[in-house]
Design a protein around this ligand. Structure first.
Ligand code: SF4
Length: 165
């Protein structure tokens, strides 16, 4: 898994001030993609122990609410590596984790490897960005089809539960 960019203080991709990690590589090819340079899985730097340590150091600051993972497409990475990365982030930082994907949750939730990743995620922002459904008033997402899925409540209730923000 390569990392394209780390934003140490981001207020656009989830509540509060967050550390945002953009992974490299995406095969969705959305027509209005705003991160085309991140389609290449070789873009950026490999996610090494040094990178993980610096992410944990950033997350340790009291002002930081959590980590947001986006890209690229996080769920097209090596999912075993991604699950172990997120497990470590969750256990060592104890902060919230948001993950943005171009997939729709309904198509993902029966895939064991994906669920091994999502067990460490608090909120999943799902669905591709669709220009036809663009809405600038939406919180933390660009188009109406994208949802903020509360994965704790979803797991608890056995049905998709959305965040009310
Ligand atoms: S999922 Fe995101 S990164 Fe991938 S093509 Fe679509 S907008 Fe671009």
């Amino acid at each position: 898994m390569n990392i394209a960019q780390i934003r140490p203080m981001d207020v656009a991709n989830g509540p509060g001030v967050r550390v945002s990690v953009f992974v490299s590589g995406c095969r969705h090819a959305c027509p209005h993609c705003f991160n085309r340079e991140y389609w290449d899985f070789n873009y950026g730097e490999p996610c090494t122990e040094t990178q993980i340590q610096s992410i944990l150091t950033l997350l340790d600051k009291p002002i930081i609410a959590g980590l947001t993972l986006l890209g690229g497409e996080p769920l097209q990475q090596n999912l075993t590596e991604l699950a172990s990365f997120l497990k470590r982030i969750k256990k060592e930082s104890r902060k919230s984790i948001w993950l943005y994907t171009g997939y729709v949750y309904n198509d993902l939730h029966l895939q064991k490897e994906v669920m091994d990743v999502l067990q460490w995620v608090d909120v999943l922002v799902d669905g591709p960005y669709l220009e036809a459904e663009k809405n600038l008033r939406l919180a933390f997402r660009g188009s109406e089809n994208q949802r903020l899925i509360d994965l704790h409540q979803t797991r608890l209730k056995g049905e998709i539960s959305l965040l009310n923000i």
